[in-house]
Design a protein around this ligand. Sequence first.
Ligand code: AP5
Ligand code: MG
Length: 193
Amino acid sequence: MFNLILFGPPGSGKGTQSERLISKYGLKHLSTGDLLRSEIAGQTPLGLAAKSFMDKGQLVPDEVVIEMISSALDNNPQAHGFLFDGFPRTTAQAEALDKLLNQKGTSIAIVLALQVSQEELIKRLLNRGLTSGRSDDVNEEIIAARIGEYEKKTAAVADYYKKYDKVVFVHGEGDVDEIFGSLSKEIDIRDRA
Ligand code: AP5
Ligand code: MG
């Protein structure tokens, strides 16, 4: 199994690059943001509880997303590997993920961390907000809250994986195909190792 985390702040291109990476490497895409939005669309109790946090640009409680990922892992026993997008977002989530993967006899191979300036993140998200219908893209205040949560709670996740020498920083600005090329190169080095 080859499991990777695509890491980065809101708007850094995790979703965009995930789509390409899962098709090239045959991985199962697990985006907690997408999973939560589908719970909201289905008006499930979990979705309704999560929506109040997401609309404010705040992280949803750890237990909720950990449980969601645990079920997703169990529901995909045939996967050749997982691409985690937007998870883990706190050190507690990272520890829980390590445990879950360990129980399945596998682990995280690499954490690819997209680096994008704050100015560019805000520009991208405001621009997407014009058409996406995502309630957390609509104004700069909510976008700033999301970036604030990232800095306060999520940036430390990179430090967690640095201890295990698993983090590779990749420049995330410019041409989408070029960024995809840089990410692929890093995966190819490890995949064959
Ligand atoms: P989530 O859905 O994960 O959103 P996010 O991390 O805030 O980031 P985005 O999905 O907006 O950005 P992205 O990095 O995927 O970039 P994208 O490719 O879309 O989370 C939403 C919310 O759910 C959270 O705020 C939280 O409340 C909750 N949540 C989710 N996971 C959680 C967890 N684990 N724990 C707790 N709460 C959780 O690109 C963005 C835009 O830029 C697009 O328009 C795209 O076309 C454009 N773009 C992409 N690449 C480029 C490029 N190279 N140049 C120019 N534009 C580009
Ligand atoms: Mg995304």
